[in-house]
Every structure is written in structure tokens, then in C-alpha cells.
Ligand binder design. Structure first.
Ligand code: SF4
Length: 768
């Protein structure tokens, strides 16, 4: 596997997987492309894209949602003498050997090959001011700029003047090196990621109730649960392969689980349910307490489990007693009989599984609601057994890997916390930094980073592999804040994103398929994703960019890796003895034996990782007991009122992914969802004279958008729905998140992106 020169063709042996075995290490080594200080930098990609693609097949985890399906990828047909060079389209299909998906794939995964080469950034770009055009610069110049500005900031303002905002699209190795650079080398903890918008309430909820982050369940639980409760998740569109697995079992009939869906909209997910509870937005916790009340009243609690393995019942019980079914049903706006039905099914079920995603997490009381779900499982002993447990569905493909490496502002690798002195000391030792190198002060979560920019307190904001100028709430405020930051850096694979419009320095990033590394999906399964395509132009792997910068800043000893496999080996050493123990994993093992679930301590046989957590009912709290949490429901942070009488909720379409940097390039996705549509109940549309297809202005306290209307009885009166995908750069621009507010959960710091008060205006009017 040798590179003779940048202009030579490379001849790579097959990366083809065979069963679970990859024929060889997925790492290819283009050589010392821009190394400094004599250290070669493999995997950075060549300086110019003169290299012939390595035509090989590969297996990898899908780079879209957290289901983490396995993909079989086949290379483009090579051009022949008689046919002109075709568009180099890799084809993807489900990998039947991947244990998480067993060959299934949705439209996003199946079309990912169409997105890999289009609209790519190929060279670093720079401009002094954001009203100037970008000009190409060399990597040398880009690195010099970064070193100079970081050193100046450290000297004048200290590490609090620097912040990185990363992504669940990072591979674990990217996450790890970025965290080591900022938290270890530079001594600041302002590393946050878009998982803050996605899963941080689940992280905080698991940690508070069970003693540690970490989803306790696995996908096989869907095959054996008696009762499946989907709360705050449109699984049919957002986690489609899992949903199909569930439907398949239900179609088999004989052992079909009962399916309950809690959602203000009658989504495709709800249409498949035995019972749909279209609760008022923001009343999930009241519903959960109402169920708890009925379980208590009916004697359905597992007293043995409660006595031996939990604490806090004495506080929870009196709270639950106040949530009578009459009160809970009235607050939730559902028939009392529906509430009673769900409680009865829960009590009757040997195994109950709860799944949730953004509808629970993106809430001002997200952490409390996660605790409300876990409470029900603890009250009835429904955890740590096949088919039973609380199970968060991750949004991003590697948000789980990010959590494992400490990729949020309050975390350190191995499910450790910045605020814990022993944890800091362990990580400092492992990283090779002196005692006290890691600050004890938690860093800024992403909205705090925005506020810091508003105050002129951030000198450098580095965004990587995400597009916050579409995905953050209150976008006008974000734009104004970012404009005050002297240096905005964007590491990105694709050209022309909304975030590039506010950046000074743009770095071309190698993306999934062009760099080796690992991802962890929602069921704690780690998949090695090989590099099977050449990065375009001068694009570099994110981890390699951060490592190079670390060396140039003088930390040569701490950033010496020559491959992603070495980065991973260092990382898993930090998980030894922790709940997320992966010390037995390596790139080589994953390449040879395929995806593995953790816990996977050293010495674990391939396939022998932990399918579930807490089988022994011992929890990583000081007492070893799980905690029942008693919190009174608060409702929405911005409830509807006379001026803004409706609740706007935002969500996703099946074929599009987040801010469409990839899926806007797929004709099938655009055809299926040609543009955003506002779903409105006829009862809310009629007084305004809104008919199907009419243009409505949706106005909140933060701005307005204009969008076509679709009348639908599938949405609860008083609620309207918009997709969040379309940003300002799209022809059908409709910045849904511009309307949303930033108020979030005080524990998880996750904004309440699921609900804002709005009003509708018919017809004319411009957005503004
Ligand atoms: Fe990819 Fe998610 Fe679709 Fe699976 S369900 S193919 S992981 S987008």
C-alpha cells in the first residue's frame, strides 16, 4: 500500500469485506502531505487530486442516522475506451452481515453514493472579512493563521476565548483528537457538538437516574418486548430501518407486541400503533406521572426490585399520588381512557420497552422527561432484561461515539466529567499532560458559545462537520452574534453551506468514505468505517488537521499518531474499567471480526460484547442503586398566548438529512420532498381562509417565514408543523429554526427546538 508520488496512481489491495472480515487494514497512507517538524502525516490525503481512485468495495456504517445500518459499497464502473467517463457514483445497499440492520437500508443510506463527490470543497479558503469573496490559500498558510490566532488569544484572553463546535458526523477519532487538543493541550473546555441539540437530555437523564450515560438496551429487544412505547419519536421517518423491524414483527401476528405512540401528530409511526396518544405539546412528563400514578394505584410496582435496587421512592410516591388520571388526561388533552389503557398494558406486560428521540430531548424539561420515562421502568423492574428498558434513539450516526470520547463541554473521555478531579487526573495522565492541564470549569455549551460571541468574548469559533446556521434556534440572533467573532473557522466537506457564509477560514475536510475511523450506533455497536475513496483535492481528515495543529502549537509528544488506528488505540485505553469499556477493541479486531457492542473489556471474544447494560441491577451510583427522580412538570418554555396562539413544532422528512448538505444533491430525495410544507389543522386554517397550497406567513417573536400550507387532520388543532431542513441557501428557503427560541433544559442545556409559540397570517407578506 504505497504512494510513490502525488501524481502516481496508487494501487490499493482490495478493501473488500468478506463476511465480517475485511481483507486488510482499511487505512491507506498517502505519505507526509503537509507534516511539520519532521513528523509524517499519513491519512491526510495528497496535496492535489491527481490520484486514481482505489477501486475497491467496502463495508461501513451508514453516515446518516443513529440506527447505524451496515452498508455494502461498490465502486463506480471504470470508464472504457468506448464509453466516456461516467459520473463516479458509488452504489450502496444494505449489508446483510451487519448485526444491527441485517441487510436493511432506507432511502438515505441507499443513495449516499450520489452525494460523495458532488459539490466538494477541495482547497482551504480565506477572507479577512465576510463581505469579501473567498480566495484559495495553502494549508501552510491556513495552519500559520490558526497557530498565530490561537497563540494570541491564549496570551490575551486565555482558553475561554476559543471554542470548537463539532458534530455527530465526526468519526470517533476526529472527536477524540479535537477534545485532546482543546481540553488537554489548550486548557479550555469549550468543545461542544451538535449532539447538544440532539441527545444531551438523554445523556443527562441517564447519568442522573442510572449513574452514567449509556443506553441500556439493544435492537434485539424490539423482537421480544411485549409492549413498545414510542414517545417523542417519529420512528417511521427518522429511524426507518428500526421501525420496519418492529412492523415486520407485528405483521407476523402471533407474538406481536402492543405498540403505543405518544405524539401530537398522527405521523406514519402513529398510524401503525394500537394506541396513539396525541398529547398537547410539552405535556409528556404529566403523562408519564399519570401512568406512574395508575401503576402505583393498581399495585403493579415491583416491590422487590424497588427495595433492592432503587432510591428516591419516598420523594416520587407523593408526587405521583397528585397526578391522578383525571388531572393528567386534562393536562395532556387526551381521553382518560387512553391513559388508563396504556397504564394497564404496561402493568400487564412482562417486558416493556420505551424508545424516544428529539420529541423528548429537545425540551426545556428534557432531562426531567427522560427521568420520567426511566422512573416507570424502575418502578416496575423493567430494565436489564431482554425486551425491557429505556432506550434513546440517537439522531446522528456517531453521536454515541462523541459521548464516549467526552465530546460535550462538560465531559471527558470514557464517560468522565470535567467537574470531577479524579477524572481529570486520569485523563491528564493518559494524555501526557501535567497535573492541572485540564480546567475544572465546564466549557460553554453551544448556545453559551453564541452568547459569548454576542458579548465579544470569543476570538475564535471553529465549526466542524455541521451547519449551525440552519440547525440552531433563533437564527437571526445567531447570525448577529457570529458576526462579532473575529475568526470563524469552518471545517467542512461541502461547498456553499449557510455556515460558510459567515466564515473567514474554510478548511476542506475529508468525509466518511475518505478517512478510516469508527462510529458507534444507538445500540452501542461500534463499526469500523474504512477509507475506500480518495479525498478530493487537498481535503484532510479532521483528526489529522487537529493533530497537525497540536504539533504546530508545540505539543509534539501528545499528537504523534500516524494513523486513525493509533488514535483509536489511545482512546480505548481511557475506557478501561469504565461502563463504556472498549479496551478490547481495535481497528484490527473490528476489521477482522466486524461490528462489536460494548462493554468490550480486554480479553472479550469477538461477538461477546454486552448486548445490554445493568443485567445485574447494579448501577454506577455511589450506592449502587438507580435513582427515582421526582420533578413536577413545567410545560413549555414559550407557551401559546393571545398574540401567538399556536405551537410550532419542527421535525424531519424521511429522505432528507438535517440541513441537506448531502441530500439536496440526491434527485430522489428532492423529488420525494420538493420543498417544505406547513401542516395545519383545518380548524386553525379556516378562520384565516387558508386552503391547501396557499402561502402562509408563520410568525414568532423572532421572525417569520413564508411557506405553502397543507391542511391535515393528522395534526392536533393548535399545533403546526414545519420540516427543519431548508436553510437560507436553498431555493425553497424556509428557515424553520429561525422561529424557534433558545430556552433550554437547565441540566442538559439542550434548547427546546420542538416548540415555539407562533401565529399564522394568510397570503401576502414578506419574511422579515
Ligand atoms: Fe442510514 Fe438510518 Fe437509513 Fe439506516 S435507517 S440506512 S442508518 S439513514
Amino acid at each position: 500500500m504505497l504512494l510513490r508520488s502525488h501524481r502516481d496512481k496508487i494501487s490499493l489491495p482490495l478493501l473488500l469485506s468478506c463476511g465480517h472480515r475485511l481483507a486488510l487494514s482499511p487505512v491507506f497512507r498517502p505519505g507526509a502531505a503537509f507534516g511539520s517538524q519532521g513528523i509524517p502525516l499519513p491519512e491526510l490525503g495528497p496535496a492535489h487530486s491527481q490520484m486514481t481512485l482505489p477501486l475497491a468495495a467496502a463495508r461501513a456504517q451508514c453516515p446518516y442516522c443513529g440506527v447505524g445500518c451496515g452498508l455494502d459499497l461498490k465502486p463506480p464502473e471504470p470508464p472504457t475506451a468506448s464509453t466516456p467517463a461516467p459520473e463516479p457514483l458509488w452504489t450502496a445497499r444494505g449489508d446483510r452481515h451487519h448485526p444491527s440492520s441485517l441487510g436493511q437500508v432506507c432511502v438515505k443510506g441507499a443513495t449516499v453514493g450520489e452525494t460523495l463527490h458532488r459539490n466538494r470543497l477541495t482547497t482551504p479558503l480565506w477572507r479577512e472579512r465576510t463581505d469579501e469573496p473567498f480566495a484559495p490559500i495553502s494549508w501552510e498558510r491556513a495552519m500559520d493563521l490558526l497557530v498565530e490566532r490561537i497563540q494570541t488569544t491564549l496570551a490575551t484572553r486565555g482558553p475561554r476565548g476559543l471554542a470548537i463546535y463539532g458534530s455527530g458526523q465526526f468519526l470517533t477519532e476526529d472527536y477524540y483528537v479535537a477534545n485532546k487538543l482543546l481540553k488537554g493541550a489548550l486548557g479550555g473546555n469549550n468543545f461542544d457538538a451538535n449532539s447538544r441539540l440532539c441527545m444531551s437530555s438523554a445523556v443527562a437523564g441517564y447519568a442522573r437516574s442510572l449513574g452514567s450515560d449509556g443506553p441500556p438496551c439493544c435492537y434485539d429487544d424490539l423482537d421480544v418486548a411485549d409492549l413498545v412505547v414510542l414517545i417523542g419519536t417519529n420512528t417511521a421517518e427518522c429511524h426507518p430501518v428500526l421501525f420496519q423491524r418492529l412492523l415486520k414483527r407485528r405483521r407476523r401476528g402471533t407474538d406481536a407486541p402492543r405498540l403505543v405512540v405518544v405524539d401530537p401528530r398522527a405521523t406514519d409511526t402513529a398510524a401503525a400503533a394500537d394506541l396513539h396518544l396525541p398529547i398537547r405539546s410539552g405535556t409528556d412528563l404529566a403523562l408519564l406521572h399519570g401512568i406512574g400514578h395508575l401503576l402505583l394505584q393498581s399495585g403493579a410496582l415491583d416491590q422487590t426490585f424497588l427495595a433492592a435496587h432503587t432510591e428516591g421512592f419516598e420523594k416520587l410516591e407523593p408526587l405521583l399520588r397528585t397526578w391522578t388520571p383525571e388531572r393528567a388526561a386534562a393536562v395532556c388533552g387526551i381521553p382518560e381512557a387512553s391513559l388508563r389503557q396504556l397504564a394497564q398494558w404496561w402493568a400487564e406486560s412482562d417486558t416493556a420497552l420505551s424508545l424516544w428521540s428529539m420529541g423528548v430531548n429537545q425540551r426545556r424539561e428534557g432531562t426531567a422527561t427522560v427521568a420520567g420515562i426511566i422512573n416507570l421502568h424502575l418502578l416496575t423492574g423493567q430494565i436489564g432484561r431482554p425486551g425491557a428498558g429505556p432506550f434513546s434513539l440517537t439522531g446522528q450516526p456517531n453521536a454515541m461515539g462523541g459521548r464516549e470520547v467526552g465530546g460535550l463541554a462538560q465531559l471527558l473521555p470514557g464517560y468522565r466529567a470535567v467537574g470531577n478531579a479524579a477524572h481529570r487526573a486520569e485523563v491528564e495522565r493518559h494524555w501526557g499532560f501535567p497535573e492541572g492541564a485540564i480546567s475544572a470549569e465546564p466549557g460553554l455549551a453551544v448556545w453559551e458559545q453564541i452568547e459569548a460571541m454576542e458579548q465579544g468574548e470569543l476570538d475564535l469559533w471553529w465549526v466542524a462537520a455541521t451547519n449551525p446556521l440552519v440547525s440552531l434556534p433563533s437564527l437571526d440572533r445567531v447570525r448577529a452574534a457570529v458576526a462579532r467573532c473575529p475568526l470563524v473557522v469552518l471545517s467542512e466537506a461541502y461547498a456553499g453551506t449557510e455556515t460558510a457564509a459567515v466564515a473567514h477560514l474554510v478548511l476542506p475536510a475529508a468525509q466518511w468514505s475518505e478517512k478510516a475511523g469508527t462510529m458507534t450506533n444507538s445500540e452501542r455497536r461500534v463499526t469500523l468505517c474504512p477509507a475506500f475513496r480518495q479525498p478530493p483535492g487537498q481535503a484532510r481528515a479532521d483528526w489529522a488537521i487537529f493533530a497537525e495543529l497540536g504539533r504546530r502549537l508545540g505539543f509534539t509528544r501528545q499528537f504523534t499518531w500516524t494513523s486513525a488506528a493509533e488514535v483509536y488505540a489511545e482512546f480505548v485505553g481511557l475506557t478501561r474499567g469504565r461502563l463504556c469499556d472498549m479496551a478490547g477493541l481495535s481497528h484490527a479486531l473490528l476489521a477482522e471480526h466486524g461490528p462489536q457492542q460494548w462493554p468490550f473489556p480486554e480479553g472479550t471474544a469477538p461477538g461477546g460484547g454486552g448486548a445490554r447494560l445493568y443485567g445485574d441491577h447494579q448501577f454506577p451510583t455511589p450506592s449502587g442503586r438507580a435513582r427515582l427522580i421526582a420533578e413536577a412538570p413545567l410545560g413549555l418554555a414559550e407557551p401559546p398566548d393571545d398574540t401567538y396562539p399556536l405551537v410550532l413544532t419542527v421535525g424531519r422528512y424521511l429522505a432528507h438529512w438535517h440541513t441537506m448538505t448531502r441530500t439536496a444533491l440526491v434527485a430522489r430525495a428532492r423529488k420525494r420532498h420538493p420543498g417544505p410544507v406547513l401542516e395545519v389543522h383545518p380548524a386553525d386554517a379556516e378562520p384565516l381562509g387558508l386552503v391547501d397550497g396557499a402561502i402562509a406567513t408563520v410568525r414568532s417573536r423572532r421572525g417569520s417565514v413564508r411557506v405553502p400550507v397543507r391542511l391535515s387532520e393528522a395534526i392536533r388543532p393548535g399545533v403546526v408543523f414545519l420540516p427543519m431542513h431548508w436553510g437560507a441557501s436553498q431555493p425553497e428557503a424556509c428557515e424553520a429554526n429561525r422561529l424557534m427560541h433558545e430556552l433550554g433544559c437547565p441540566l442538559s442545556k439542550q434548547p427546546e427546538l420542538k416548540a415555539a409559540a407562533v401565529r399564522l397570517e394568510a397570503g401576502h407578506g414578506h419574511s422579515g
